[in-house]
Design a protein around this ligand. Structure first.
Ligand code: NAP
Ligand code: MG
Length: 494
């Protein structure tokens, strides 16, 4: 009997995936979490709280302290004290040991961290297990290697840490963003006050346990949970020496205004609207997988997501048809199931934003394709979606949707592809698929994007700098370039 469905070029073996749900039994989530300041969790008796939810069920997981401006002040004082008392005089080799220890503890407890990340944020377990956790540990390992070699990274320069760094991170890669921020700051000799995002604070608080276990001197890392107001109190604090922010362009601009007034060094990693360009000679099977990964990885909650597909007109119809057939096979559902490809949307407000933008696209004339998948009743869900017939002037072609929504446009020549690719206020990442090396170089030299992938997408490594142009921010994270923002460098006098 043939396994081919009539009218379809994909095989159907009539096999359903049995559930393969990761156990949560190894988690020990507390009912309430205090702030992590000066090496300890503060008493919660007089605090204000908010709840963090599992977005796939809407069930509360824990109560989290909302740090006030006075709490932030306490954290900054602890960081200053730790800087002056321990960290600024410690040799790079000793600082490295702490970073190595954190990396090893993350590896040892990686399953626990991965399950918690998935529970608190909604991302598929196979992604937290295979991407977030290994990369988070790799960032600590990599920066541990630099801690005693900074003078080789900046030859002929006198280098010094800034002192106390304020860091604010978003909800899409909670532990990974914390690692991107903490590892270079510590390697370069700074102490830190970190504010995780309101909807995903739990892995940062588990990291606080690791920080205790590795005996990091108290106050070197402080974690203040809360919402935008807590972030703002950290930004405005007069005794912070440097700020690093990953999040939306809108909030990034507010922070920049505040930093400029005080002449504070600042790194901004902001939004994106990456072009993913497919030329007619591309290896189509691989390109389709690349496009799928580019937009549906982490439900599209990815700053560098390949959210604008630019496909050459000669292959557009065929390519989109195959892409839609591939999308039909994606499994949306329980993030803890190891077979899940697309998990839950991180929050109700994000779901509303996605829905609003897609509806705006439809109103402006786009055609929408969604597979007929059944979504769970509770929780926040959005099916993988493709919008075709999109014009450059449409909101969906210009604004970051930050969800599992791919916007398709076509082009005829490389010049037109380039023009469309660069026609955006953002400039974080881009993808190019073609067999021609010369065309890859021609495009890459002219594209205004901080990271450009060719015949692949979403490849990350701590040795490789990441960051944007234009409204995607400035400063780099990762690689040697990622050390510079955490140091004051002066030319050495001869
Ligand atoms: P967001 O609303 O800008 O929030 C980012 C962080 O800033 C959160 O911790 C947030 O707290 C806090 N915050 C909010 N208002 C603030 C204020 N006035 N002052 C100081 N802090 C404030 O962004 P998001 O929605 O969490 O994240 C999505 C955005 O991040 C997307 O645009 C995405 O592209 C970008 N992103 C960029 C990169 C990159 O490397 N370029 C990486 C990941 C994400 P609450 O959580 O309480 O709101
Ligand atoms: Mg949550």
């Amino acid at each position: 009997m043939s396994n081919f469905k009539e009218g379809s070029d994909s095989e159907d073996f009539g096999i359903d995936y049995a559930p393969a749900v990761e156990s949560t039994s190894l988690l020990n989530i507390k009912e309430k979490y205090g702030l992590f300041i000066n090496g300890d969790f503060l008493d919660t008796s007089s605090s204000k709280f908010f709840k963090t939810l599992d977005p796939s069920t809407e069930k509360p997981l824990a109560e989290i302290t909302e740090a006030s401006a006075a709490d932030v002040d306490k954290a900054v004082k602890a960081a200053r004290n730790a800087y002056e008392k321990y960290w600024m005089n410690m040799s790079g080799a000793v600082r490295a040991r702490y970073l190595f220890r954190i990396a090893r503890h993350l590896q040892e407890r990686s399953r626990e961290f991965a399950v918690l990340e998935t529970l608190d944020g909604g991302k598929p377990i196979k992604e937290s297990r295979d991407v977030d956790l290994p990369l988070a540990a790799a960032h600590f390992f990599y920066h541990a290697g630099w801690a005693d070699k900074l003078e080789y990274a900046f030859p002929q320069r006198k280098i010094e840490p800034h002192g106390v760094v304020g860091q604010i991170i978003p909800w899409n890669f909670p532990l990974l963003m914390a690692s991107w921020k903490l590892a270079p700051a510590l390697a370069c000799g700074n102490t830190v006050v970190l504010k995780p995002a309101e909807t995903t604070p739990l892995t940062a608080l588990l990291l606080a346990e690791v920080i205790q276990d590795v005996d990091l001197p108290p106050g070197v890392i402080n974690i203040v949970t809360g919402a935008g107001e807590t972030g703002s109190a950290l930004v405005e604090h007069p005794n912070v020496d440097k700020l690093a922010f990953t999040g939306s362009t809108e909030v990034g601009k507010l922070i920049q205004r505040s930093a400029v007034k005080r002449n504070l060094p600042l790194t901004l990693e902001l939004g994106g609207k990456a072009p993913h360009v497919i030329f007619e000679d591309a290896a189509l099977d691989q390109a389709i997988e690349g496009v799928i990964n580019g937009i549906f990885f982490n439900q599209g909650h990815v700053c560098c997501a390949g959210s604008r597909l630019l496909v050459q007109e000669s292959i557009a119809e065929h390519f989109i048809d195959r892409l839609q057939k591939r999308i039909d096979l994606l499994r949306v559902g329980n993030p803890l199931d190891k077979n899940t490809d697309i998990g839950a949307i991180n929050s109700k407000s994000q779901l509303e934003r996605i829905d609003k933008l897609v509806n705006a696209g439809i109103e402006e004339g786009a055609e929408v394709y969604k597979p007929s998948c059944s979504l769970p009743e509770n929780g926040y869900w959005y099916p993988p979606t493709v919008l075709t017939g999109v014009q450059q002037s449409h909101r969906v072609a210009r604004e970051e949707i930050f969800g599992p929504v791919l916007v398709v446009q076509t082009f005829r020549t490389p010049e037109e592809a380039l023009e469309k690719a660069n026609n955006t206020p953002y400039g974080l990442s881009a993808g190019i698929w073609t067999e021609k090396g010369s065309l890859i170089h021609w495009m890459a030299e002219r594209m205004r994007a901080g990271v450009i992938w060719a015949n692949t997408f979403n490849k990350f490594d701590p040795t490789s700098p990441f960051g944007g142009y234009k409204e995607s921010g400035f400063g780099r994270e990762g690689g040697m370039h990622g050390l510079a923002p955490y140091l004051k460098t002066k030319r050495k006098r001869k």
